[in-house]
Design a protein around this ligand. Structure first.
Ligand SMILES: Cc1cc2nc3c(=O)[nH]c(=O)nc-3n(C[C@H](O)[C@H](O)[C@H](O)COP(=O)(O)OP(=O)(O)OC[C@H]3O[C@@H](n4cnc5c(N)ncnc54)[C@H](O)[C@@H]3O)c2cc1C
Ligand code: SF4
Length: 465
């Protein structure tokens, strides 16, 4: 612990976002960063708690107090090495993680000013790239081969870990570029895609092969992978969005959130979009159904596309501001979250169920909503109103992938289900990330990728090459 009294004298200081008027016309990252001196001062606030709840709360088991101390002392390389030991891609989590660690930080309990753990993490990894601490490693090969299906954070983490253990790894990806939802889901204003490219280049330089535009399933059967590789890991995400099958669903102008977000990210990558399918928010009244983070990403994107108005509705009641007795420290608090996208302009409403879509000549004109009361179950009040809208984005979460559907898409029998090695019909088949857990978080997908890499390594050590 660097400065034992810093937490008493130094306040939490966030770098904050670029001003709204500056950022609203571009898709560059909105978050700023502190200078090195302020960053070290922030790191000095860490109390090196006897029981570090930040470490307990982190799905990756990051050793925050240890790297905060190195950062405070100006040992950026030492901080990076401790961080990289548990977190494969701090440049992703340092940008988009909701920071379960900060919510559990003891300083959050004692004074409501947790250590700026996430921002410090991002600063350490950016410093490490800038100063050249990160160089491709030359890895001794062990002669065994692993295929990963899906290049989101789970697949990338499993690939990275197995590659460093000496396995020859190929990642198969159906999209045009690797990254999964990091690439074609999360908007560029939260995570610049040059950050993903930089990591992919490093992984390639260390020997990982990426085969994009390749759908594993009927066109490219998994049986080929199972024949050619010593182990196969499914990291295909949870891709089926929850639908809203109410009257008028067929009207033109109703889209899933990822149609908008995926198109926008592709366009920024210079990937051509079929004009007939292209969604334009400019001048339109946009309604986002779903009050979570995906909905918020639609708000930020619609505003950047110069929508005439943006409204976001949620069926659940408005969460409490600041503190929720139902989720006391050190739990992740269910409280009102105002994102950078909300700050940029958006009407937010809660306790509204959607009854039917309204339209004229096949085009959406509005949505009839009804106020509901939660007591504790949902009760309809009969109080309805029409919210005018030209475009609706459905951001109501994703269905948990059923094993039956995943296996059918891969033309595998259900008895082939991945499980503990030795207890399944295809012992070489493994799975990690959202395809197992259902839609989750980047950090949890990465933790799952790490755990599965350990399982694959354990399994492969038992078989002869
Ligand atoms: C809009 C949006 C914003 C989000 N924002 C955040 C955030 O800010 N912070 C956060 O922590 N989490 C966020 N999440 C959640 C997070 O992105 C996911 O939990 C995480 O990406 C899951 O990782 P994964 O590797 O399991 O799956 P994915 O990232 O979904 O990757 C799966 C990959 O598998 C590929 N694939 C699927 N089937 C096949 C096949 N048959 N053949 C070949 N390839 C295949 C897909 O194309 C995809 O690239 C967000 C999610 C969404 C939708
Ligand atoms: S809980 Fe907060 S103060 Fe305590 S060790 Fe973790 S980051 Fe430091």
């Amino acid at each position: 612990m660097g400065n034992p009294k810093a937490f008493l004298t130094i306040h939490r200081k966030e770098a904050g976002y670029r001003p709204v008027h500056e950022r609203i016309d571009d898709f560059s990252e909105v978050e700023q960063t502190l200078n090195a001196s302020d960053r070290r001062e922030q790191a000095s606030r860490c109390m090196d708690c006897g029981v570090p709840f930040c470490h307990w709360a982190c799905p990756l088991g990051n050793r925050q107090p240890e790297w905060q101390d190195r950062l405070y002392k100006g040992d950026w390389q030492g901080a990076y090495e401790i961080l990289a030991d548990t977190c494969d891609f701090p440049e992703f989590t340092g940008r988009v993680c909701p920071a379960l660690c900060e919510k559990a930080c003891v300083l959050n309990l004692s004074c409501g000013e947790p250590v700026t753990i996430r921002e410090n993490e991002a600063a350490i990894i950016e410093g490490a790239f800038r100063e050249g601490y990160i160089q491709p490693q030359s890895i001794e090969r062990n002669g065994k081969r692993v295929a990963i299906v899906g290049s989101g954070p789970a697949g990338l983490t499993a690939a990275n870990r197995l590659n460093h253990l000496g396995y020859t790894v190929t990642v198969y990806e159906k999209d045009e570029k690797p990254g999964g939802l990091l690439r074609f889901g999360i908007p560029n204003f939260k995570l610049g895609k040059n950050i993903i490219d930089r990591r992919i280049r490093l992984m390639e330089a260390e020997g990982v092969r990426f085969q994009t535009n390749t759908v594993i399933g009927k066109a490219y059967p998994i049986s080929v992978l199972l024949n050619e590789y010593d182990a196969v890991c499914l990291a295909m995400g949870a891709e089926t969005p929850r639908d809203l099958p109410i009257e008028g669903r067929e009207l033109k102008g109703i889209h899933f959130a990822l149609e908008l977000l995926g198109q926008q990210n592709r366009q920024l990558e210079g990937i051509a979009i079929d004009e007939a399918k292209r969604i334009h928010c400019a001048g339109k009244r946009v309604l986002v159904i779903g009050g979570g983070d995906t909905g918020s990403d639609c708000v930020g994107t619609a505003n950047r596309q110069q929508a005439a108005s943006v409204t976001q509705i949620e069926i659940l009641p408005q969460p409490p501001v600041g503190y929720n007795p139902e989720t006391p420290w050190p739990q992740f608090p269910k409280i009102l979250k105002t994102t950078s996208s909300h700050e940029e302009g958006c009407v937010r409403r809660w306790s509204l169920a959607s009854n039917r879509f309204l339209g004229e000549e096949g085009k959406l004109t509005g949505v009839e909503v009804e106020e509901v009361i939660w007591n504790p179950d949902m009760q309809r009040t009969g109080r309805t109103e029409i919210i005018p809208a030209d475009l609706v984005f459905l951001a109501m979460g994703f269905l948990r992938p059923s094993k039956a559907a995943v296996f059918e898409s891969l033309e595998l029998a259900l008895s082939d289900e991945p499980g503990e090695a030795g207890e399944k019909d295809i012992p070489k088949l493994f799975a990690c990330g959202d395809v197992v857990s259902g839609a989750s978080l980047v950090v949890k997908a990465m933790a799952s990728g790490q755990k599965t890499a350990v399982e694959i390594d354990r399994y492969l050590q038992t078989i002869k090459s």
